[in-house]
Design a protein around this ligand. Structure first.
Ligand SMILES: *[C@@H]1O[C@H](CO)[C@@H](O)[C@H](O)[C@H]1NC(C)=O
Ligand SMILES: *[C@@H]1O[C@H](CO)[C@@H](O)[C@H](O)[C@H]1NC(C)=O
Length: 359
């Protein structure tokens, strides 16, 4: 699918190429802009060394990296759809989020690194990249039989298990995400901030790599399952998003240690964050009103839930400014019928919906 770029989109595209940090670039891609790795790579002078190298030598991987970043954007917008900060991809505001050390920044880095890990790995499994493929599983120990189905054997012999099929080579995606996302930054960022970003990138990648699941298939006469073939699959990306949102909610505050090279948790008796935790060093703004400096769009006009007590409820989402109810009528397909063969015909029905909108 190709989408022709309008002139404004093109202009935007080139503005976007200016941020030194490439993730700002990927992230702005929430717009329906088609990422063309070639034109990104033509601008490699602006990218740091490792990224430029990848661009030149493995443009098809860069293409997957761009897709991965988009996947991250979409998931971020899904996870934050009912929150004050909704992961808007409006570039001006988005860039500001990336320049801070707040929880939202942590989530953005983590979900992007996770998206890249996931997408590159998926491309390997689909045979879309020359550099990788299905996971080579021969060397691994056989999977543990699940106790429930091993009892189905009648001969007294155990069920045989083998690795086979097409496992996801998550190590490859993990490495590429690392190479691209952790590439050395140009100057201008403090060491502490770099440490925090790198930690959150890793947390994102681990949210994929540490949650591989085993899938199996039975072989043998009429379901006798005398042989099972098993392989490793990545978690669905939605699960990755859910997990990172949990880490966002429980994110740990840190500050720079005395040596300027380590991070220490803020507050007493606080367990140091582990590798999968998200970390931040500055408190988030409240995101109630628009503010260019903090990258807040404010919540005026946002849809809220008048019965919910959590962050999606009108009290919290509208920052206690109140809300108005509005009835919107929209058309929906309904009474759809399938005609042999092969058309579906639908009627248009008007649907009324009550919405609450923040003042
Ligand atoms: C996110 O919030 C902004 C500003 O309040 C709003 O304009 C936009 O429509 C929201 N996006 C979504 C997907 O809800
Ligand atoms: C609003 O909140 C209530 C209570 O939490 C929930 O049951 C309902 O599904 C929410 N409605 C929407 C549209 O999300």
């Amino acid at each position: 699918m190709t989408i022709p770029l309008s002139r404004t989109q093109l202009a935007l595209f080139f503005i976007l190429l200016c941020p030194v940090n490439i993730i700002g670039l990927w992230w702005a891609v929430g717009s329906p802009l088609v990422m063309d790795p070639n034109s990104i790579c033509r601008k490699t002078k602006r990218l740091a060394g490792k990224q430029a190298e990848l661009c030149q030598n493995q443009p098809e991987i860069v293409h997957e990296v761009a897709k991965g970043a988009k996947l991250g954007v979409r998931e971020c917008q899904y996870q934050f759809r009912f929150r004050r900060w909704n992961c808007t991809s409006q570039n001006k505001y988005f860039g500001k989020i990336l320049q801070q050390d707040i929880r939202e920044t942590a989530f953005v880095y983590a979900i992007t690194a996770a998206g890249v890990t996931h997408t590159v790995t998926q491309a390997c499994s689909m045979g879309e990249l020359l550099q990788c493929g299905c996971e080579a599983t021969r060397s691994r120990a056989p999977p543990r039989p699940a106790s429930s189905s091993s009892s189905t054997t009648t001969s007294g012999e155990g069920v045989k298990w083998e690795w086979g099929g097409c496992g996801d080579d998550v190590e490859f995606g993990y490495e590429k995400s690392k190479q691209f996302m952790d590439a050395k930054r140009k100057k201008g960022k403090s060491d502490i901030r770099t440490l925090i970003d790198l930690h959150n990138n890793e947390a994102g990648r681990l949210a994929v790599r540490n949650y591989m699941r085993t899938e199996c298939k039975c072989h043998g006469l009429s379901g006798s399952c005398t042989l099972r073939t098993c392989w490793k699959k990545m978690p669905h990306f939605r699960e990755v998003g859910d997990r990172l949102l949990e880490r966002f909610n429980g994110a740990s505050k840190v500050m720079g240690g005395n040596d300027g090279k380590t991070l220490v948790p803020v507050g007493q008796n606080i367990k140091p964050p582990d590798k999968q935790d998200l970390i931040y060093s500055a408190e988030s703004p409240d995101f109630c009103s628009p503010n260019r400096k903090t990258g807040s769009l404010g919540t005026r006009g946002r849809m809220c839930n008048s019965t919910a007590m959590d962050v999606s409820g009108c009290d919290l989402l509208c920052c206690e400014r109140g809300y108005r109810d509005e009835t919107v009528v929209f058309e929906e397909n309904c009474l759809c019928r399938f005609h042999w063969c092969c058309v579906v015909q639908c009627k248009k029905c008007s649907v009324r919906k009550e919405l609450s909108l923040c003042h």
